[in-house]
Ligand binder design. Structure first.
Ligand code: ADP
Length: 193
């Protein structure tokens, strides 16, 4: 199994790159943001629990997010690989993912940071807000909170994987195809092992 974490601030292009990897390699794509939006749309108990956090641009509590992620992974035992998009976003989530990988007899192969600056985050998200249908893409305050939460809680996760020699950084300001080539330069060689 090849397991990849796509990492970066909101609007850094994780979903775009994940879709390209799914097409190329057939990996399972798990986006915790997409999962929460599905729960919200269907007004499930989990959606009701997550709504206030998401509306503010805050992180949903770890135990809720970890339980949801674990269930999705366990439901898909036969996949050749998983792309984690938007998870782990805190150190406790990274610890939980490690435990889950050990239980599965598997491992995280790489984390790729798509690096973009705050100005680009705000411009891109306001741009997609017009069409994304996401309430959290419309207000500058909410977008700022998401970026600040990324810097304060999520960024440390990079160091966690860097210590294990698994972290890679790519310039996320490049064109989509150039980012995709840089991602593939990391993924393809390890698949041949
Ligand atoms: P973004 O575009 O900000 O990267 P996502 O689509 O990944 O956003 O997630 C949207 C919202 O869902 C987040 O702002 C947060 O409230 C919640 N969320 C998603 N993933 C996580 C996670 N791993 N931990 C906590 N909350 C999460």
């Amino acid at each position: 199994m090849y397991n990849l974490i796509l990492f970066g601030p909101p609007g850094s292009g994780k979903g775009t790159q994940a879709a390209l990897l799914v097409k190329q390699y057939g990996f399972l794509h798990i986006s915790t943001g997409d999962m929460f939006r599905f729960e919200l749309k269907n007004n499930t108990p989990l959606g009701q629990e997550a709504r206030a956090y998401m509306d503010r641009g805050d992180l949903v509590p770890d135990e809720v997010t970890i339980a949801m992620l674990r269930k999705r992974v366990e439901e898909n035992p036969d996949v050749t690989g998983i792309i984690f998009d938007g998870f782990p976003r805190t150190d406790p989530q990274a610890e939980a993912l490690n435990e889950l990988m050990v239980e599965l007899g598997s491992q995280i192969n790489a984390l790729i940071l798509l690096d973009i600056n705050q100005e680009e985050v705000i411009n891109r998200i306001l741009g997609r807000g017009a069409t994304s249908g996401r309430a959290d893409d419309l207000k500058v305050d909410t977008i700022r909170t998401r970026y600040e939460n990324f810097i304060n809680y999520t960024n440390p996760v990079y160091a966690y994987y860097d210590k294990m020699g698994l972290a890679h950084k790519i310039d996320g300001m490049q064109k989509i195809v150039q980012v995709a080539m840089a991602v593939d330069n990391i993924v393809a060689p390890k698949l041949e092992d």
